[in-house]
Design a protein around this ligand. Sequence first.
Ligand code: MG
Length: 239
Amino acid sequence: MAPRSSTATWLGRPVAGVLFDLDDTLFDHRGAADRGVRAWLASLELDGMLEDHVEQWFTLEAFHHERFQRGEISHVDQRRARIRAFLPGWDLADDAVADDTFAGYLACYRASWSAFADAAAALEQALDAGLAVGILTNGEQSIQETKVRRTGLASYGVPVFASSSLTAAKPDPRAFREVCDRLRVAPDACVMIGDSLRHDVAGARAAGMAGVLIDRGGRYRADEVEGVDRIRSLAELGW
Ligand SMILES: [Mg+2]
């Protein structure tokens, strides 16, 4: 790929490339997971309060997916650990049974997949500005590519760099530098946009890049994001 030329800037700094996180930046993972888990729970008829089950599901997801991101367990093992912890009274010792049970949730989750309304325009605008554009995401390559394809975002031809195919996962600076190399842009001319302060913003900064926090729901307090470039919508990027 030939290096691109662009006159784009971010906060007065010339920009040649932009990386987007996928989950909860371009792709509405939390919304799909929330709708999906509620539909799945309705079929399970568990005792207790629905909201408690939903909260427990997301707590387990965050905990075990983080273990996968750190390379402690495989992607399939984090799913098995989640489903066994979520349904402790069920006999899920057999991997095939655990996988089959998790598949019930997955079907509901996948039926709810969608990109954020501003995602396609953000990719198009960055490409139109002459920027090298990539998606840098922690996850399994084929799954993340399927999300991009199924939500229509693949039509922009933006490459997906998932941590399962990289030397390291975000926030490790090696992940960012490896993708900059692949896109043939210098890290200090590249901006990372993502919803995680630690994975996306701090990681990008450690790699010498600019990091922009997308905080759609206003979940971060002002004191938590002091000195951080924060946007509420990708439409604010305006290269
Ligand atoms: Mg994210």
